[in-house]
Design a protein around this ligand. Sequence first.
Ligand code: UD2
Ligand code: MN
Length: 285
Amino acid sequence: APGPVGVSLTTTPTLNYCPDKSSHLIGHLAGLLRETTREELIDYFPEMDNGGRLRPTDCAARQRLAVIFPYRNRYQHLHVVLHNLLPILKRQQVDVTFFVIEQSALSTFNRGALQNIGFLEAQKLSSFDCYIFHDVDLIPLNDNNLYRCESNPRHFAVALNKFNYRLLHSNYFGGVVGFSREQYLKVNGNSNLYFGWGGEDDDLRIRLYNKHFKLLRYSPDIARYHMIKHTRDIGNELNPLRYSLLKNAAARQDIEGLNTVKYRIVNITFDRLYTWITVEINTSE
Ligand code: UD2
Ligand code: MN
């Protein structure tokens, strides 16, 4: 059977393909909020392969998914979210590999650049069909929110507890978003110019519209998340340049982004739960 439209197939199955929709889904979920650790999760999910890959054992997934977490100093959030995601993705019969892209402490946080780095580094290690960029503090509350790529980019985090489970506005593109490999290349990834909080998600949505993509969303009932309560991190202060950068987001799209991201790898660890990549981001553009 062929894969979904617009998504190339890179797995060579020996098993039959998984059904289009898994029969194991249960719908609404309460969300597990209790704190956990890496060690506990390794015990709970012995089927994880080194580097943080989970895949169905009884069928061949149609896509290989990379989940990319832009990350710094959020150990608790990361592991609580993984504790929630792993059973969901198991039931969805997804072939997923988790990447933690950690920005070293030297510079202001840059979520867009980290997402670009995650894409490039994941691609160096294996061939993925689908990339989901995931805030480290968002817990899915319905397993019908399928973690896969389709003919257009998807906004997964539509309805959040912090916005009373309503879509903030029709252009909102924060939290969790998904692109096929081809889609991410076409939009030239994220802008690398947004240091600190805000704007980078709007920039990415402008890029997507500018390349004539549509934005896919499930209903708020399905695309529902709990954001773990937190304050703003040190080193991720409100970005005062965000509005002026957004003004020429479209004009910059092809000359600044995935094709210009500058970074230095500090360390790569292939852990049982994730591939953990620590990077230094160049601030002198
Ligand atoms: C919103 C968006 C987020 C992003 C951000 C503005 C939602 C649900 N999320 O998040 O996608 O657009 O606004 O930049 O609307 N992080 C770290 N360490 C840090 C700082 C950030 O790991 O020191 C990562 C982590 O994955 C976090 C994400 O960056 O979830 C976004 O940062 P946030 O959670 O502090 O910002 P928030 O909740 O306002
Ligand atoms: Mn958050």
